[in-house]
Write a protein that binds this ligand. Sequence first.
Ligand code: A3P
Length: 321
Amino acid sequence: KCLEENGFSQTFKDLLSSLPKAKGWLSPHLYKYQGFWLTALHLQGTLSFQHCFQAQDFDILLITSPKSGTIWLKAMVFTLINRMSHPILSQEHPLLTTNPHDLVPFLELNYAQEKNPISPNSSLTSPRLYSTHLPYVSLPESVKNTKCKIIYMCRNPRDTFVSLWHYISKLRSQDTKMIPFEEAFDMFCNGLTMAGPFWDHVLNYWEKSLEMPQKVLFLKYEDVKEKPFLHLRRLAEFLECPFSLEEEESGLVDEIIKLCSFENLSNLEVNKSGKTLFGNDNRVFFRKGEVGDWKNHLTTEMVERLNQITEDKFNGSGLTL
Ligand code: A3P
């Protein structure tokens, strides 16, 4: 019997039993809530997040579909907005000793814990920086009604799936059987992933970024990899803390890029041997950090299937991945 579901209240169990349910990747089930699939634990956290979180005008929310480069985005935005209080080259920089997930917590995960490692409403330092994997439809009303800014990063579905597959293989305990690659691929294509369907998640934020460019900034992992300087500048401008000429000329942007790079972060002791506040090994969040590793894993048929879904779903939206 499902371990994670044992501690839930009767009301929550009633809600679960009223929702569409499917087999999960690691957790026994995924539940469809507001059109997207979540594990029971994430759903519980989501409900409290929706109910309890009060966004403020200066909040910044980093949003991704899992395995789209969340940790990288967290590192970059944290470094960017705190560049006065935490100089990039300082030996005391928080990124040198803390995993980005602990610097920028996931709100739904945080609310899923009995004792929140952070207290999301009490921080008085501004801007407050948080993250979530939730789709736009599930964000708390206060996020939508305040001037709180959203930075969304997506990644092409081929690399996202491959990354997810490896991540889940590392997370599973030794006695949990891994779902076969082909079956996992099928689940991904059918939208059955955490916060999936992947395509709907991306498309909703894409549309919001077109509707409300001051509120939602839409980034692609591949673009940031290719032109990090340009996109850091975009980020800084969007967050209303643009780089000064002096900062740009002094090489500060390049220093941020280097500090947050895969090579640098993945080689830090904290990320090789430490654990997050939620108990995961930090190293599971770093694998290759490349664009195009899908070529080593997906068959031609698989690529065609993903491309076809992407074409159908994004048809007419102006978005390509
Ligand atoms: P791969 O599995 O393809 O290597 P998330 O942070 O959303 O869980 O995404 C994880 C993916 O981002 C993994 O991709 C991981 O290796 C990659 N990643 C981690 N740190 C990165 C960094 N600093 N720059 C670029 N990619 C990074």
